[in-house]
Design a protein around this ligand. Structure first.
Ligand code: S5P
Length: 467
């Protein structure tokens, strides 16, 4: 096996490892910078890296049919490994297009083949996951990755949680030890790097690289309809029609109906709500092909929510396609809603309110996690969440995000707004919920068009990046 110590010293001597103050891709300031791209200028070092990576795979008894380097730094590593071992390689196209003939993975391969991903260094594991998702989308099986350096900041855990076993040549501590021993760096420098690592033990995977177009795998009939409407209308826009007069809501429906995939209402805020309002909304939804979402946010014991969902003046499950609930009462709320939906004989999808947009809300990450667990246990009814970020990596549970306007900001009562590009591109939402940004605009139709375009652009852009 290639001598780790001599490889570390060679890397330091060619300037692949530097000490100072550097801002990483993740935005974190680091006392150390590793740039393995320089190895292409030093063929013996490049070859030593490839030899070491192959040896790591061999020692781990990792079986594979093809290699794939994470673009761009690890491409030469994978190439040299492939040439030396005779194992073929595939190449992931980083700028994959959502249209045309260009494939996101180049090379000759077949679905079901086993692929190992090659990387230079691992921090959160996000770059490896991006490549893994692209390979999996092409039918390749990826359960292993090999990297030269593990920064020991949570990458290996992030990867194993997503089914990818990470093998590395050496960790940060090994590297520092070797450099201090060979007097390449002072022990105080090594100490400051260790302190930095202690303070940044875990770097989360950014949501942009988590699964999203895979939401098409959603199994519930309402989720399937929603996704079909989204794709047919090229709209992931849900409008919150928070108007007090039924006639105003109907007028808005007619104006924006063709542009939206969901119309959300608060029936209990409409002054003149009658059974006719529900029928008129239903007819408009069927005519313009959008779903109706009653935002009642059920939050009571099972028995009470059965009555709230099916009775009263609103008779919600008789006309709504989507309803939502807080997880706070426990699974009884879901069971009660299931009973009400079944009795209605209609297909209704439930969204759990796992996070809120309002400032200072009391929801914490443990609560959100428990909502996620509740949703997973109730896949016959629950199709996703009202949340501020993607919660589920399988992509089967949808995320609708409220608190959206074209400019970030807020209102006087604690509402907080983010932009469509942010909630979809960075936080991983599937759908945006927009109220005042549309019905409060001078020209709601024009505003809806702008939100539809912004939401769709963010979704298709994020999806092509995630492929
Ligand atoms: O956390 C939430 C959950 C919901 S459903 N924050 C929200 O704002 N909502 C709803 O989304 C809210 O009840 C309103 O109907 C809509 C946001 O409206 P806007 O006018 O602030 O865009």
């Amino acid at each position: 096996m290639e001598d780790t110590e001599s490889l570390i010293l060679q890397l330091f001597d060619v300037g692949a490892v530097k000490f100072g103050r550097f801002t990483l891709k993740s935005g974190i300031e680091s006392p150390l910078y590793v740039d393995l791209r320089v190895t292409v200028s030093h063929p013996p070092v490049l070859e030593a890296v490839a030899r070491r990576l192959s040896a790591v795979l061999e020692a781990a008894q990792c079986e594979y049919d093809v290699l794939c380097g994470v673009p761009y730094t690890a491409l030469p590593f994978a190439t040299v490994m492939s040439v030396r071992s005779g194992k073929p390689m595939v190449m992931r196209r980083k700028e994959s297009k959502a249209y045309g003939l260009k494939r996101s993975v180049e090379g000759a391969y077949a679905a079901g083949q086993r692929c190992v991903v090659v990387e230079d260094l691992v921090t959160s594991g996000a770059s490896i996951l991006e490549t893994v998702e692209a390979l999996q989308a092409e039918g390749l099986q990826v359960d292993g990755a090999v990297a030269l350096l593990d920064r020991q900041q949570g990458g290996s855990v992030n990867l194993s949680q997503r089914g990818v076993r990470l093998h590395t040549a050496f960790g940060m501590e090994d590297m520092l030890r070797v450099l201090v021993r060979a007097s390449r760096i002072e022990s105080t420098v090594a100490q400051s790097v260790m302190e930095f690592m202690g303070a940044n033990r875990t770097v989360p995977v950014p949501v942009t690289v988590r699964c999203r177009w895979g939401a098409a795998a959603a199994a519930h009939p309402v989720a399937q309809r929603l996704l079909a409407i989204r794709d047919a209308k090229r709209s992931n826009l849900c409008v919150a029609a928070d108007l007090c007069d039924a006639a105003d809501i109907m007028r808005l429906c007619e104006q924006i109906g063709p542009l939206i995939c969901v119309l959300k209402v608060h029936a209990d805020t409409v002054d003149n709500w009658t059974a006719e309002t529900a029928s008129a909304l239903r007819a408009a939804a069927d005519r313009h092909n959008f779903l109706l979402f009653e935002d009642r946010k059920f939050a009571d014991i099972g028995h009470t929510v059965v009555c709230q969902a099916s009775g009263g003046v609103h008779r919600i499950v008789a006309w709504a396609d989507l309803i939502n609930a807080h997880g706070i009462p426990g699974r009884g709320v879901v069971d009660g809603l299931r009973q009400a939906c079944q009795a209605s004989g209609r297909a209704v999808g439930l969204l759990l309110v796992a996070q809120m947009s309002s400032k200072g809300n009391l929801i914490d990450s443990a609560y959100t996690e428990r909502c996620l667990a509740m949703a997973r246990e109730a896949r016959d009814l629950c199709i996703g969440f009202i949340a501020q970020e993607r919660l589920d990596d399988t992509g089967e549970l949808l995320v609708m995000t409220p608190g959206v306007q074209l400019a970030a900001g807020g209102d006087a009562l604690g509402q907080q707004y983010n932009t469509p590009a942010d909630v979809i591109g960075c936080r991983g939402a599937d759908f945006i919920i927009v109220g005042r940004g549309i019905y409060g605009a001078t020209d709601p139709c024009q505003a809806a068009r702008a939100y539809q375009a912004a939401g769709w652009a963010a979704l298709t852009d994020a999806s092509s990046r995630a492929r």
